[in-house]
Design a protein around this ligand. Structure first.
Ligand code: F7E
Length: 316
């Protein structure tokens, strides 16, 4: 297995090696076409998973152009690297071998929804530069499949979480906040819109869906989610209760975390994935939240409360 790493002396490499001991690393950057061609040439992969992006929605307003470059045009550069290295020309002949490509698309493409739950036919109305860039990557993946006959597929993933989630995202911000309050390091947790609803699932289940998608005989796109939605307030309630705390004693709403345009409610209809991939999520909402709170309690107990200090406090 290979992972693409960008930058010089990237500080995340050490962390990556701790998590994935046997992963090989290759240099490359989604902003640099030549580096991606060189990486594909070197690795000669059977499958390519493009999970790289600027993925924090609030950042996409602060750095909208960079988000377009990385999250949107980055998909074009990866597809082009695969096309060039496979010897595929505009004639739609599959060329040498058949590298299978997975694009990480997102429920943020649905945005202001006109149908609930959302399935593969639901139209897009993204609400952030991030969502707009992801629509570009999604449509381009479909276009390369249609133009060149490439095995290129897109998974429309709803929010997927785990103890490895960055602390700027609400699930981890809450689980870390709960752990800090429980262990006496902090008293308060400041959050934005408590009324937004998300379909939260466990990241491990979603990675399994990605692999199933690339193992199919024919390329196709799938919506991946649990089909169950909860508000941020329900998430908060669940997390505080998991630690024996009452959230109303600690949570303060702060306008600094309210977004310029919000996605109010998302809920997946994963029927196609269930029927064609045989995919079902194994971990439900309550188990997921408890897993994250327990992991952060253990992490903070081991680190003396230092973990996560620099995260989760940035407003958009
Ligand atoms: O926000 C609300 C916030 O930042 C969830 C990314 O992986 O999933 C993720 O995008 C909700 C929003 O995730 C805070 O307004 C309230 O309504 O955890 P989030 P996201 O924006 O849904 C999709 C599928 C992706 O593709 C993205 O890459 O929670 N919320 N208070 C807050 N959110 C944050 N981050 N911090 C707060 O204090």
């Amino acid at each position: 297995m290979w992972g693409l790493v960008r930058g010089q002396a990237n500080p995340r490499v050490r962390h990556l090696r701790q998590l994935l001991g046997d992963v090989h690393l290759v240099r490359g950057d989604l902003l640099d076409q030549g580096s991606l061609i060189a990486a594909v040439e070197k690795v000669q992969p059977d499958e390519v998973y493009n999970l790289a992006a600027i993925s924090y929605v609030p950042m996409s307003w602060q750095q909208a152009e960079l988000t377009g470059e990385v999250t949107g045009l980055g998909v074009l550069r990866v597809l082009e690297a695969i096309r060039v290295c496979s010897g595929i020309s505009a004639s739609r002949s599959p060329g040498r071998g058949q590298i299978r490509f997975y694009q990480a698309s997102t429920s943020e493409m649905f945005g202001q929804v006109n149908q609930s739950p959302q399935n593969e036919q639901t139209s897009f109305h993204p609400r952030s530069p991030y969502g707009v860039a992801k629509v570009y990557g999604h449509l381009l993946t479909q276009n390369y499949r249609e133009s060149y006959g490439m095995f290129a597929v897109s998974g429309v993933m709803f929010n997927h979480e785990s103890p490895r989630r960055g602390a700027e995202f609400v699930t981890r911000k809450v689980s870390l906040g709960v752990a800090k309050i429980k262990l006496g390091y902090e008293r308060q947790l400041r959050l934005g819109n408590m009324h937004a609803s998300r379909d939260w699932g466990f990241a491990g289940d979603y990675v399994r869906a990605m692999q199933l998608m690339l193992a199919r005989d024919e390329p196709a796109d799938y919506v991946i989610g649990t089909g169950v939605t909860h508000t941020v307030e329900e998430l908060v309630d669940q997390a505080f209760r998991a630690a024996g705390l009452e959230w109303r004693d600690h949570v303060v709403t702060d306008a600094a975390f309210i977004r310029p345009a919000e996605v109010d409610r998302l809920c997946a209809d994963p029927t196609k994935a269930r029927e064609e991939l045989g995919w079902e999520p194994k971990i439900g909402f309550e188990e997921l939240v408890s897993m994250m709170v327990d992991a952060d309690l253990a992490l903070l107990a081991a680190s003396g409360g230092a973990e996560g200090d620099s995260f989760g406090t940035d407003s958009w």
